[in-house]
Structures are given as structure tokens and as C-alpha cells.
Design a binder for this molecule. Structure first.
Ligand code: PT1
Length: 285
């Protein structure tokens, strides 16, 4: 099992260099895009712009999972996601990921051409393991303590890094037992999902431990409140803070960075990767 590739449903994603997953929210209440991309046409145009900026994957989300968000029905979620997914598949855009926790949405999305299932609930919903296995899609398993609506009320860990690591390791075992090959799995510690600022900072500081599981690590920090807490900036002024975190994440071995700001993130990753690739040269001087 190599963490330098990820096996998607019909293709292999090359992760020899870190890549950007572009965020495409198709929710009316999305935390930073304010629902601007809920119309299929605007969403499609935004996805193609992110593709032109170098996004290796487009992640479509029809249910907001930001702190405080309320669940939506599978019906509403599919009505938001499917038209955009179908338009992107028809446009031969980059591989499409669907950000969902619902088995019915997973099955319909795979049938419509999705390549990756991004589940912030790590396939814990009844039927999700089987739906993901049958889909043939790659799966991102993310750690979350609690549920989006209440997860920031009182996050608690005795050892956040150890507990998140053990959770992800157990979810990998559950996937393998359900017939999902490890080549199809990516892992995400879930920044901002039932975590205080200190928890988020500890996870970033020790992110390198998660690469020890031998699977690609995905990191989503774009525009999140942990950046606001440190910089004092509102959500529309968090790019610089997010780029710093993206560089740190890639330096610790992360392979996929989920971001709203594809072009800037891609430059930050290219620069970081170039420096990391120079490590042998420095030994000689
Ligand atoms: C993520 C992620 C995601 N984040 C993956 N999928 C969101 N794999 C949605 C805040 O603190 O990190 N990884 N899908 C967005 N969720 C949040 C969470 C948005 C916290 C904002 C915050 O501001």
C-alpha cells in the first residue's frame, strides 16, 4: 500500500506531489461562500474555474457540516448535489468528490460518476460502510467528535492526537473488514470538528503521526475559525493564515489540501514541495 497514490473509482490519483481539493458548496447556508454557488450553473462555472486553477479534485457538498449546521434530508441533499455532479462529469472536469454522510447519497453519487466519497462521519452511519464498499469510490475517513450542530459546545480529549489516531486506525480496520481496499482510503483528522483551538493546534503540530498509518492524509483548514482565533480575522480575510497551515501540513506529509482558494493554495504547495525536495542538497554544503 502506497500513500503516494489514491485509487479512485475509475482512475488513480497521483499524490507524488501534494494536490488541492477545491471546495464547492451547494448549500444555501454554507459558512464562507454564503450559498453563492447553489445554482447549478454558477456552481459548475465555479468548479471549472477551480479546475483551471489546478484543482486535482472538486469536492461537492450539499449538507453544511460547519459548527452549528443542521442536518438536511437525503432528498434535499441529492437535489442540490446531483445536477452539479452530472454537469461536472459531462464537462470532463477533474474527478469529483461528494461530501456526504448518507449511504443513499453515496450510492446515487457513485452511479452519477463521483470518484471519491468524503465522509466527515467516517462511514459510521448505518449502511454507509456497505454503500461505500459497493460504490468502488475512494473514501476519505474524517474524525469528528459529536455532531455538527453541537460539536463545538464542549469538545473534550485526554490526548487529542492519540484519540484521533486510534479512531482513524479503527475506521480503517472497519473499512478493510467491509471489503474496501486500503489503496482506496485517505485519512483526515478533522480540523474544527469537535475541537478547541488548542486541540486543532496540537493536531497540526503532530500531523506527521497520521502519515504513520501509511495512507494519504487530507487536511481541511481553509477559512476556518482556528485561523480567526489566532489572527483575529473574519472569514473573508483568512487566506494568509490558511496558506501557512497548508504549508505546515504538507511539510508534515499531508498529500491533499482541501481549500476554497485553489490558485493560492497550489502556489503555496508548489513552493513547499520544492523546498522539501531539496533536502539532499543541503546535506552536502
Ligand atoms: C474537512 C472538512 C470537510 N471541512 C474533510 N471534509 C468542512 N474531509 C467540510 C470552523 O471552525 O476539514 N475535511 N468538509 C467544513 N467544516 C467546517 C468545520 C467549517 C469547522 C468551518 C469550521 O470555522
Amino acid at each position: 500500500m502506497s500513500s503516494r497514490t489514491l485509487q479512485l473509482r475509475t482512475r488513480t490519483l497521483d499524490l507524488a506531489s501534494p494536490v488541492v481539493m477545491g471546495v464547492l458548496n451547494v448549500t444555501p447556508d454554507s459558512f464562507s461562500d454564503g450559498g453563492r454557488f447553489s445554482m447549478p450553473g454558477a456552481a459548475r462555472a465555479h468548479a471549472l474555474a477551480m479546475a483551471a486553477d489546478g484543482a486535482a479534485i472538486i469536492d461537492i457538498g450539499g449538507e453544511s457540516t460547519r459548527p452549528g449546521a443542521r442536518p438536511v434530508s437525503a432528498e434535499d441533499e441529492l437535489a442540490r448535489v446531483l445536477p452539479v455532479l452530472e454537469a461536472l462529469v459531462a464537462a470532463a472536469a477533474p474527478p469529483v468528490s461528494v461530501d456526504t454522510t448518507k449511504p443513499g447519497v453515496m450510492r446515487a453519487a457513485a452511479a452519477a460518476g463521483a470518484e471519491l466519497i468524503n465522509d466527515v462521519n467516517a462511514l459510521r452511519a448505518p449502511g454507509a460502510l456497505a454503500a461505500a464498499a459497493d460504490s468502488g469510490c475512494a473514501i476519505c475517513l474524517m474524525h469528528m467528535q459529536g455532531k455538527p450542530r453541537t460539536m463545538q459546545a464542549a469538545p473534550h480529549y485526554d490526548d487529542v492526537v492519540g484519540e484521533v489516531y486510534d479512531f482513524l486506525a479503527r475506521r480503517v480496520e472497519a473499512c478493510i473488514a467491509a471489503g474496501i481496499e486500503s489503496s482506496r482510503l485517505a485519512l483526515d483528522p478533522g480540523f474544527g470538528f469537535g475541537k478547541t483551538l488548542d486541540h486543532n493546534l496540537a493536531l497540526m503540530r503532530h500531523l506527521g503521526r497520521f502519515t504513520g498509518l501509511g495512507l494519504p492524509v487530507l487536511v481541511g483548514v481553509s477559512r476556518k475559525s482556528m485561523i480567526g482565533a489566532v489572527t483575529g480575522r473574519p472569514v473573508d480575510q483568512r487566506l494568509a493564515g490558511g496558506l501557512a497551515l497548508a504549508a505546515l501540513a504538507v511539510s508534515a506529509g499531508a498529500a491533499i489540501i482541501r481549500s476554497h482558494d485553489v490558485a493560492a493554495t497550489r502556489d503555496a504547495l508548489a513552493m513547499t514541495a520544492a523546498v522539501l525536495a531539496a533536502d539532499d542538497q543541503g546535506e552536502q554544503g
